[in-house]
Design a protein around this ligand. Structure first.
Ligand code: SF4
Length: 436
């Protein structure tokens, strides 16, 4: 029986976001496993595994994203030296296939569903191609991961209910990978995943589970009512955009089905920063309304806030942190604004000579959303770094996190929800204050 080794790369030298250890299983590799013919033996190596090296295999496939790509190259070199062919896929490979193809035998671009069976067939026939460029698949074809192969140490598991984001933000590469069309999986398929997950907590990994228009909202409502009907004692969380959370009926249905936290993409509290990345400022007027509405139904708010916009100053960064700490937001993810490769902003900053790290591929490790990778317009790099570090120290101080815990417990009348947010904040503290 042939053996396929599926490896999730991670950042061996850095502590960045989701880079050293993931809190949830590698769902992309789980999908590849599911698509592999049953006469193959499959092993998944992830950040909970003791080593990425010296496993036996006939074929190795590595999933990677920009900050971890150098680890993928290191793993690839190790197995290729032993004459084991290596395939690399994931968002970085999809965006920079020419770079990635220098370090492996084959690059898989795009979504695995349409192409992985062809890759395996070609390998079996000794005809593995250097590059496979997959189409975006029909939402009915989006595959469930092979959950049984995941490491048992994960406390939560993920479901991908949709793919695609029409917003195409200037700094984000998600739309480049998954397209601008919001592709919704049939609710029956999502419920199959819900039933197959053993853990008591599910993270919907979609970019915006509440969708972008009325039709999306009806689909989300249908999903929430099905979850409510078959709950099996599970709670869940998801990502959502500010405007998608204005509909009270949908929020109430989400809460009844077990939603405990929503990661809300606030991004910033300044009109100027939104304008600097060519985004509408309309969302600013809804922040309080969205926070109050989620709290009314017992759903806590994990705020996604970015620091280090091009036109930020120490004062604007400070003001943003004050908003987070003075509001009733329960937990917060304070990333550094990072133009990812392939995006408009990356090209713009590159042309303007603003990027601080351009020795690629070695420098991709800096693009992990915890470090300022460009020179801002209104302050020096040193001043910006100091302001960002000061913001982390303030927001993730033990006493602040404890105060937030009490605030959530009293405001939402739930120790369980308060603890979920406390643990999130402690995780973020670890990530941001201990980064190398
Ligand atoms: S940042 Fe979020 S909303 Fe913007 S393109 Fe990326 S996934 Fe979509």
């Amino acid at each position: 029986m042939k053996k396929l080794l599926l490896i999730q790369s991670y950042g061996i030298h850095r502590q960045g976001l989701f880079v050293t250890q993931s809190k949830y299983p590698p769902s992309g590799l789980g999908i590849v496993a599911k698509l592999t013919p049953s006469d193959w033996e499959i092993e998944i190596i992830d950040s909970l595994s003791s080593s990425q090296f010296n496993h036996k295999a006939d074929l190795v496939a590595i999933s990677s994203f920009t900050p971890t790509i150098n680890n993928a190259y290191q793993i690839a070199a190790h197995y290729r030296e032993r004459n084991i062919p290596v395939i690399i896929g994931g968002i970085h490979a999809s965006i920079l296939p020419d770079e990635v193809s220098q370090y492996c035998d084959s690059v898989v671009m795009g979504e695995a569903e349409c192409v992985w069976p062809i890759v395996i067939r070609d390998f079996e026939n000794g005809k593995l191609k250097q590059r496979y460029d997959a189409q975006r698949c029909d939402p009915k074809e989006i595959c469930s991961p092979e959950y049984r192969l995941f490491n048992k140490g994960y406390k939560l598991n993920t479901i991908q209910a949709s793919r695609g984001c029409p917003l195409n933000c200037e700094y984000c590469s998600i739309t480049l990978l998954t397209g601008a069309k919001f592709r919704k999986r049939p609710v029956d398929h999502i419920m199959d995943d819900w039933r197959n997950i053993e853990q008591g907590f599910v993270w919907f990994s979609d970019d915006n589970l509440f969708g972008f228009n009325d039709k999306d909202r009806q689909w989300a409502q249908n999903l929430f009512s099905r979850i409510e009907a078959e709950n099996f004692n599970k709670n869940w969380m998801c990502f959502a955009g500010v405007r998608s959370l204005l509909d009270e009926k949908t929020v109430a249905m989400a809460a009844r089905s077990g939603c405990k936290i929503i990661y809300v993409g606030f991004e910033t509290t300044d009109a100027d920063s939104l304008i600097s990345v060519k985004k509408s400022t309309e969302q600013l007027k809804y922040y309080k309304r969205v926070i109050d509405l989620l709290h009314k139904y017992g759903i806590s708010v994990l705020a996604g806030i970015m620091l280090g916009f091009d036109n930020d100053t120490p004062e604007s960064i400070d003001k943003r942190i004050d908003f987070v700490l003075e509001s009733v937001i329960d937990s917060y993810f304070l990333t550094v604004m990072t133009p990812m490769p392939g995006t408009k902003l990356f090209d713009q900053y590159s042309r303007a000579g603003k990027l601080r790290y351009t020795n690629f591929p070695e420098d991709w490790g800096h693009y992990d959303w915890t470090e300022l990778v460009f020179t801002p317009s209104r302050m020096s790099v040193a001043l910006a770094e100091e302001a960002i570090f000061h913001a982390y120290q303030k927001a993730y101080a033990f006493q602040t996190i404890k105060n937030k815990f009490r605030q959530t417990r009293e405001g939402l009348h739930s120790s369980e929800t308060a603890m979920l947010n406390y643990l999130s904040n402690m995780d973020f503290r670890e990530t941001f204050l201990n980064r190398i």
